[in-house]
Ligand binder design. Structure first.
Ligand code: GTP
Ligand code: SPV
Ligand code: MN
Length: 583
């Protein structure tokens, strides 16, 4: 197969001349093609089959031990002006970046097959969707893209019609971290990634395209590309609200998106639209609508069990690619907190020994098609997306941040989002557990200067009087022994209910300088082992600590200099002053 689109054919030819593959294959996205690739990967050892009686069509991939997560320190946004990338990104001048990365691509695919993957982020017939083509020398990448995106023939047809696509070039290279670079050229709609075969570094439709490049385009075109799950919450009366939540990596998006309502909440249903990325547009009526550009999940495995998330546990019992989990003696996948079985070999394929650390890598992942999800919503296919009632920011904070609060208005909500801080996780190579600012959960993913990004968010206020309300949640408050104060997971539905009641003006709120918190008793704690004293801690603020927090947010914002919107600075000053008055 080839293409009628000359620009695409020329690019493919040029990449082939540069990287010198032994073979070129245009991917159709068919099931037969997936099976063929799986067979080939089982033969060459890229995959191994798991216990097919217990885990039908499930396979395990063990990545290179140095290649287990995103690499923010090797990820660049290469705009002509450094200021356009902003202090939130690593920057390199485009010319230098191309020179550096192109040198690494010289002959990089020798002896390998080059796969051409046309893909469409979003429903094939949606005006909000955007297409791209990823060229890669990794069959593992092709298989993951098949499970997670709409790829192949239908996408190619759309690309040929639109004559516009994002170019993504990827090679696993030699997996030497010294020769690993993840480069973005938003002004050229181009991505070049080499030296990693892992997740967000290699599946270019996901973070590289659907967030970094898309956020840049979204600003130019008046929409938002966000690191958000999209969930539908259906009440016992059959009324459904759609909520979009931005939490940093490994902070609970997939779990909230496919939450299992506890027995104490009869009649409530949860529908998953998306678990990681949302593209948000204002429609003609000023309603914010969301589509999920992806059609599958690349989710954190550890912690998944029948108690925390039965849906997820069942979803990954078939037709799943596991990356970097451990194995039991019966060849079943195993991970920390699975609660059944025990590891025989660890994520590096070694005999399991407790002294070697966790059996499954903390950032081990499952890849599954969204259709595996028992609570998958067909509305994820709707071209027009779903209307969003609430936007929720969140982070992983042992201290300070209450269980939930609501901002006073859109502008305040943008400040709440801009000030999000969270403990770092294993989703990135680097230190874990350090609190850092992660504005809108987009620190690693915004393809342009955060100052301009906050201004773009603020601009929505002038464009609509029907914007969603903005909230903040924290499932991760701990006591002095390090025990979580809130049970989380399915019980988070209780908090979503309060959020929906606020949106419908059905419940009051306790006014504080940082926004509205729940009044005592307004969060349903029926059948929950959480004392009134703990609820009081979870739903109140320490004014002294919050004064320091607002000062810290102020300092953080100032680093954006002239790009910081004055409105946001004023908002920060307003909240800071209110906290002084309250103390
Ligand atoms: P990315 O895919 O990296 O963007 O992560 P994510 O935001 O989708 O996070 P995910 O739902 O995979 O959860 C990450 C980790 O947090 C897992 O180990 C979960 O078990 C754990 N987790 C998720 N929700 C909760 C919760 O409500 N409470 C607690 N204590 N842990 C949670
Ligand atoms: C994240 O880190 O936010 C992920 C995993 O969702 S990755 O695809 O590697 O970016
Ligand atoms: Mn993510």
């Amino acid at each position: 197969m080839t293409t009628t689109l000359e620009a695409l054919q020329q690019w493919v030819d040029a990449v082939a001349a540069h990287t010198e593959p032994s073979d070129i294959r245009w991917c159709t996205g068919s099931d037969a093609e997936y099976q063929e690739l799986v067979t080939q990967m089982l033969e060459d050892g890229t995959l191994s089959a798991l216990n097919q009686d217990e885990y039908p069509n499930c396979y395990l991939h063990l990545s290179n031990a140095n290649d287990v997560a995103r690499v923010e320190h090797l990820t660049y946004v290469c705009t002509c002006e450094a200021e356009d990338a902003g202090p939130n990104n690593h920057w390199m001048a485009p010319e230098e970046a191309h020179r550096k990365v192109d040198a690494l691509f010289d002959g990089a695919m020798r002896g390998r097959t080059m796969y051409v993957i046309p893909y469409c982020m979003g429903p094939i017939d949606s005006p909000y969707s955007r297409c791209g083509v990823e060229i890669t020398d990794s069959a593992y990448v092709v298989a993951n893209m098949k499970l997670m995106t709409r790829m192949g023939t239908a996408a190619l047809k759309r690309i040929e019609r639109e004559r516009r696509f994002v170019k993504g070039l990827h090679s696993t290279g030699d997996l030497d971290p010294e020769r690993r670079l993840i480069m973005h050229f938003p002004e050229e709609l181009t991505i070049k990634s080499i030296g990693s075969g892992y997740g967000g570094n290699a599946l270019l439709g996901k973070k590289c395209h659907a967030l970094r490049i898309a956020s840049y385009q979204a600003r130019q075109e008046g929409w938002l590309a966000e690191h958000m799950l999209i969930v539908g919450v259906e009440s016992p009366d059959g009324e459904t609200h759609f909520i979009a939540c931005a939490f940093p990596s490994a902070c609970g998006k997939t779990n909230l998106a496919m939450l299992v309502p506890p027995a104490s909440q009869p009649g409530w249903k949860i529908w998953t639209l998306g678990d990681d990325i949302a593209w948000l547009h204002l429609d003609d009526q000023g309603q914010l609508r969301a589509i999920n550009p992806e059609s599958g999940y690349f989710g954190v495995v550890p912690g998944t069990n029948t108690k925390t998330n039965k849906n997820a546990f069942e979803m990954i019992r078939h037709d799943t690619i596991f990356t970097n989990v451990a194995r039991t003696a019966d060849n079943e996948p195993w991970w920390e907190d699975k609660k059944v079985g025990e590891p025989a070999t660890d994520w590096q394929g070694r005999e399991y020994r407790a002294g070697n650390g966790p059996a499954a890598h903390p950032n081990s992942r499952f890849t599954v098609a969204a259709s595996n999800n028992p609570c998958y919503s067909e509305l994820a296919e709707a071209a027009e997306g779903v209307p969003i009632s609430a936007i929720v920011f969140g982070g992983r904070r042992k201290e300070l941040a209450p269980l939930v609060y609501e901002s006073k208005d859109w502008r305040h909500g943008v400040l709440v989002g801009a000030g999000v801080a969270s403990e770092t996780t294993a989703a990135n190579i680097g230190e874990v557990g350090v609190v850092r600012r992660d504005s809108m959960a987009m620190k690693p993913f915004c393809g342009y200067n955060f100052g301009d990004y906050w201004a773009h968010w603020l601009s929505f206020d002038e464009r609509s009087d029907k914007l969603p309300r903005i909230f903040h949640v924290n499932w991760f408050r701990q006591d002095s022994d390090g025990k979580f104060l809130w049970p989380g997971f399915g019980e988070n539905l209780r908090v979503l209910r309060w959020i929906i009641d606020r949106c419908e003006d059905r419940v009051g709120g306790k006014e504080t300088p940082i926004g509205y918190l729940p009044n005592a008793g307004d969060i349903d704690t029926r059948d929950l082992d959480v004392s009134p004293e703990t609820m009081e801690i979870l739903t109140s603020i320490d004014v002294g600590q919050w004064r320091s927090e607002l000062a810290s947010v102020g300092g953080y914002l100032e680093a954006y200099g002239d790009r910081l919107p004055a409105e946001l600075r004023e908002e920060q000053q307003r909240i800071a002053a209110a906290l002084v008055e309250a103390s």
